[in-house]
Design a protein around this ligand. Sequence first.
Ligand SMILES: *Cc1c(COP(=O)(O)O)cnc(C)c1O
Length: 394
Amino acid sequence: MAKRTYGHEYGFATRAVHTGNDVDGESGALRRPITMANSYELPYDPTSVSWSTPGGNLYTRNGGTNQGYLQEKIASLENGEDCVVLASGVAALSGLFFALLQQGDHVVFSSVTYIACYRLLNELFNGKFGVETTIVDTTDPENVRKAMRPNTKLVHIETPGNPTLMVSDIAEIAKIAHEGGALLSVDNTFASPYCQRPIDLGADFVIESLTKYINGHGDSMGGAIIGRKEHLDVIRAQSQINLGGAISPFNAWLIMRGASTLPLRMRQHNESALKIARYLEANEKISFVAYPGLESDPGHAVACKQMEHGFGGVMAFGLKGSHDDHCKFVSKLKVITNAVSLGHDESLIVFLGENDERQYLYPEKFHNGFFRFSVGLEDAEDLIADIQQALDQI
Ligand SMILES: *Cc1c(COP(=O)(O)O)cnc(C)c1O
């Protein structure tokens, strides 16, 4: 069976459906099978095989079929040359940092990032391995310029950032990083490649937690690093094989299935989130709403420039009320679920209290505690009614 390829002459939705899938050569099935094997048959003389080489059908930590299919799809959706998929978004972050950074290198990173990214760069890589790190508010690219040093190897930003939704200008920061001889990586998890494609804006690497929008159904974990082949070859050899965060074939298959509806789902997430953000903004019990789709949001202008197809489904907001009012509000919700994670089919909300250790890095309006709210695919009217009835009880 000849392999069908879907290059960039095809649109995003066509590639989301077809890229990486093909007719199964053995059975003629329209879906490639899940290969639940951790090992493959060796050649007649295996002594010349390198156990530390990526790819080839050798051992699933070196690479496997389902992982390869998913890599093909994700690379295509992000407009990247190559992709490595791993067991989680955090495996992707640590795999990138591990392969790229050496003792004495310097990293500049966003003051608002996923908590594990903050721990990796602010505590582990610097504390254990002597990598210098500087936290800056990357919503102003000038702060990045000021933080650059001769040994700056990497600038890492997250936009929109988790959990405050702060927006950083990818194209501007790419210019600054490259002028200083550094590489730029962008965590694109909140936007997904449907809304924003950092490589087109000059980024060298994209990180995705596949666990979120790309899988979209809350039933598996995965992570991806997208970038140029010259870099990803090193990441594959050093981080995938030797750190060992390989994705399971079953999870790769689930994410592959979820990803085919990414454009449809994102359109709905974007539309419902904007509607709900507007409703919240107009409600007198709400202290603030952070959502880059709102004209009032400080990140709106930059978001309009770089988020081509919508602003995603995640927002943050607070109540004019006490700590307990926030807990009570969540306890009264009937449709929206009290849980972490985001980008699922169902709506998820989490209360992030006023005792967050990174509060000093957030704007003041976040200091009394706030919610991170991931708008799901339910009817927007039902979600608004759910929020309204919970607000009525506090
Ligand atoms: C969830 C998340 C991660 C980590 O992904 P996991 O799949 O949970 O390991 C990284 N970055 C962002 C922005 C996230 O939201």
